[in-house]
Design a protein around this ligand. Structure first.
Ligand SMILES: Cc1ncc(COP(=O)(O)O)c(C=O)c1O
Length: 324
């Protein structure tokens, strides 16, 4: 018996009426592409994050790709984008697909996020690359934001754009500011495993920059602003109205769900924190962690024992609840 990584059915059961009603509303309207549902959801996200613009796109991967394209990184073969060595493949994949080259900087082993001291070290050691680096993509891994103050300083000093990969950290905060709303652009994923999750793929870009917002709106619609006029080549990358309606129904519950994640994490921290050879997740000062994933680091030789222990607990729990 494996411990399930995620059980989406339980969440659905608690909000079934709202979800079913929002799906029915879209089906009744027969309006599936952009329109009122997407606009209303974009406004809610902009409001939640404190951003001026929110643009719904087809996935978190596309949120990154369109953001990189919007700032023009990748137009020249020499263009480079700094990111972390430890992330989901999509971060580096989007950089390559935009035509730029990823430059990897190692992580801080305490938080698993990019080590800001190593960014400076890398830049000092490679002065010839300064003009080629167009952007930096810090990734807020597992639900906790990267250390943004030093990243802002570095970006200002070297004139980079900051694109936050907040796919795993919707709702997280750094010194009171929401994930995605510190850099020039913030990217979210609504993949079913994420903090705010759709019933399929979905993503969002937030920004305070009017020009970048307009560019991303064009890029998601084949490069057009006015129907059938295409000043640039874009993509078909829109957030579905059905996804927007479902996500909009879930958003009011998000903060309480994130609080429940933190409570569970505290419970794990208390119990697992006592074990030797096991490192529980660290939360940096000023961060509000959302524990999209609760990740521990454990010595190889102890890993299997811990896994068996969890499986035993699960079996006992199922017997207690009389789950077949
Ligand atoms: C850090 C990170 N970046 C980007 C993505 C891509 O998001 P999506 O799966 O919505 O394309 C994900 C999630 O899958 C992710 O975890």
């Amino acid at each position: 018996m494996n411990v399930p990584f995620l059980d989406l059915k339980r969440q659905y059961e608690t909000i079934k009426q709202e979800i079913d009603a929002s799906v029915q509303r879209v089906v009744n309207s027969q309006s599936f592409i952009l329109g009122k549902e997407v606009k209303e959801f974009e406004d809610k996200i902009a409001d939640y994050c404190g951003a001026k613009h929110a643009i719904g796109v087809a996935s978190g991967t596309d949120a990154l790709l369109l953001s990189i394209k919007a700032i023009g990184a990748g137009q020249r073969k020499t263009d480079k984008v700094i990111t972390t060595t430890f992330t989901f493949f999509a971060t580096a994949g989007a950089i390559v697909n935009a035509g730029a080259k990823p430059v990897f900087v190692d992580i801080d082993p305490e938080t698993y996020n990019i080590d800001t001291k190593k960014i400076e070290k890398f830049l000092n050691a490679n002065p010839d690359l300064h003009g080629e680096i167009k952007a930096i993509i810090p990734v807020h891994l597992y639900g906790q934001m990267a250390d943004m103050d030093p990243i802002i300083k570095i970006a200002q000093k070297y004139n980079f754009t900051i694109i936050e990969d907040a796919a795993q950290s919707f709702g997280a905060e750094y010194k009171g500011k929401k994930a995605g709303n510190i850099g020039n652009l913030g990217c979210f994923s609504f993949f079913p495993t994420k903090n705010l999750s759709g019933y399929g793929d979905g993503g969002m870009v937030i920004t305070d920059d009017d020009d970048l917002a307009e560019k991303i709106r064009m890029l998601r619609m084949h490069g057009c602003k006015t129907k059938y006029y295409h000043p640039i080549v874009g993509y078909n990358s829109r957030l579905d109205a059905l996804q927007a309606a479902i996500l909009g129904a879930k958003l009011p519950y998000l903060d309480q769900w994130l609080e429940a994640r933190r409570e569970n994490a505290n419970m794990y921290n208390e119990r697992l924190g006592k074990l030797d050879g096991l490192k529980i997740p660290e939360t940096d000062d000023g961060n509000l962690h959302t524990y999209n994933q609760y990740t521990i680091l454990i010595e190889d030789k102890k890993r299997n024992d811990l896994q068996q222990c969890f499986q035993l607990q699960l079996r006992r729990h199922h017997r207690y609840l009389q789950v077949p």
